[in-house]
Design a protein around this ligand. Structure first.
Ligand code: TMP
Length: 236
């Protein structure tokens, strides 16, 4: 499958058209941004880790009955995916208080949440991705109530399957962000990535960060942490 015209270049990925109108190629980059573009940098090897980890986790989720956009890994940084119409929502699932939730609700980071929390943000850079609820989503016409119910159901199932799987690798799934799209038949499927860029992964024993918070918070050691996630999940 050949890469054709560049369709889109984001902060961490490029998307190309292919000969097949229903398939795209995603290319992962080492570029990193935080705070809606306020901090910029590179994390060497990130593109490889995020590509391989995302594909590994999407294949696992497919086996558990979650439909995804994943088709085929083409190289260490490139993957063939189904074309989808992205639903402009960031779906955030939280098991442990951290990041913006800890700040907003005045909870200490690391406090286990007695109930899993599901949040939605409306993907709009100019607005700074504001948090929205089901009413806002319906009012904006971003997704139908049926699509949103499907998204919530998949997200909770993904949280369960991913949490169990990562635990076996000594990783605690603190929180993470998902994006969904509509495939050529209008069905909701999982898209985007599941990687240390989009999840908070903590070492089960030490609670050491194995994710992008090392970069966001200038803690250092992000290259090693990304490599560690790849090693724990794929043995590479
Ligand atoms: P937050 O605590 O900053 O709201 O982030 C919650 C989770 O969602 C965390 O695992 C990082 C991820 N996330 C993204 O992947 N992209 C984003 O734009 C945001 C705000 C969060």
């Amino acid at each position: 499958m050949e890469k054709r015209e560049l369709l889109y270049e984001g902060k961490a990925k490029k998307v190309f058209k292919t000969d097949d109108p229903n398939l795209y190629i995603v290319q992962y980059k080492d570029d990193a941004t935080a705070g809606n573009g306020a901090k910029r940098g590179t994390i060497r090897g990130k593109g490889v880790v995020n590509n391989l980890v995302t594909n590994h986790l999407m294949r696992m989720l497919e086996q558990k009955g979650i439909p995804t956009h994943y088709v085929k890994e083409l190289s260490d940084t490139e993957t063939l995916v189904k074309k989808v119409q992205i639903i402009p929502l960031e779906v955030i699932i939280r098991n442990v208080a951290a990041g913006s939730l800890a700040k907003r609700l005045g909870m200490e980071e690391g406090t286990k949440l007695s109930k899993t929390v599901l949040e939605y943000c409306y993907k709009d850079d100019a607005l700074g991705d504001p948090m929205v609820n089901e009413y806002h989503i319906a009012a904006l016409g971003v997704a139908t109530p049926e699509e949103l119910a499907q998204i919530a159901e998949y997200s909770m199932k993904i949280n369960h399957e991913l949490g169990e799987y990562l635990k076996s690798a000594g990783i605690e799934l603190v929180d993470f962000k998902l994006e969904f799209g509509r495939d050529s038949e209008g069905k909701v499927i999982l898209a985007d990535e599941i990687s240390p860029d989009t999840c908070r992964f903590w070492d089960v024993k030490t609670h050491a960060h194995l994710d992008k918070d090392l970069f966001r918070r200038d803690l250092g050691g992000e290259e090693e942490a990304y490599r560690e996630v790849l090693h724990r999940l794929l043995g590479k």
